[in-house]
Design a binder for this molecule. Structure first.
Ligand SMILES: [Ca+2]
Length: 144
């Protein structure tokens, strides 16, 4: 159900004038794949955490680009997050819970890695950049 609400929001945003070249494309769905714009306001759903890591290849296009992803933990979990990139840019990784409360905010090191003991729920992972330039990154999410 939640997924459809996200999709409805994306459709509404696109109808309101977002600049995606293919606004009706619903995205690649759960699992391993590519980051899919628009994801600056509505998180791209990556599905449920499992024993297989979710690996996303994405890019921060400019200093104002933000990439949001959501993952679901069906039970209490040790959530592992890793953000790696290959340039001298300064990327940041933020995790928040479904209430919008920051759980963790990382910045500086490359790769940025954390493992957090969290209750069941849906978590939003935000990838941002403090460098005004395109940077490719790899985001890995899993349970440990
Ligand atoms: Ca984005």
């Amino acid at each position: 159900m939640k997924r459809w609400r996200h999709l409805a929001l994306v459709v509404v945003l696109c109808a309101a004038g977002c600049s995606s070249s293919n606004p009706t494309e619903p995205g690649p769905g759960p699992g391993t794949g590519d980051e899919h714009e628009p994801n600056d306001f509505a998180a791209q759903p990556l599905g449920a955490l499992s024993s297989t890591d979710i690996v996303v290849h994405g890019s921060t296009a400019t200093g104002s680009d933000v990439d949001l992803f959501s993952v679901t933990a069906g039970a209490a979990v040790n959530l592992f997050a890793n953000l790696a990139w290959s340039t001298s840019s300064f990327l940041e990784l933020t995790l928040s819970n479904q209430n919008g409360t920051f759980v963790r905010n990382l910045g500086g090191a490359n790769p940025e890695t954390c493992t957090l003991s969290l209750p069941a729920g849906t978590y939003t992972v935000r990838v941002g950049t403090l460098t005004d330039g395109a940077t490719n990154y790899t985001l890995t999410l899993g349970q440990r």
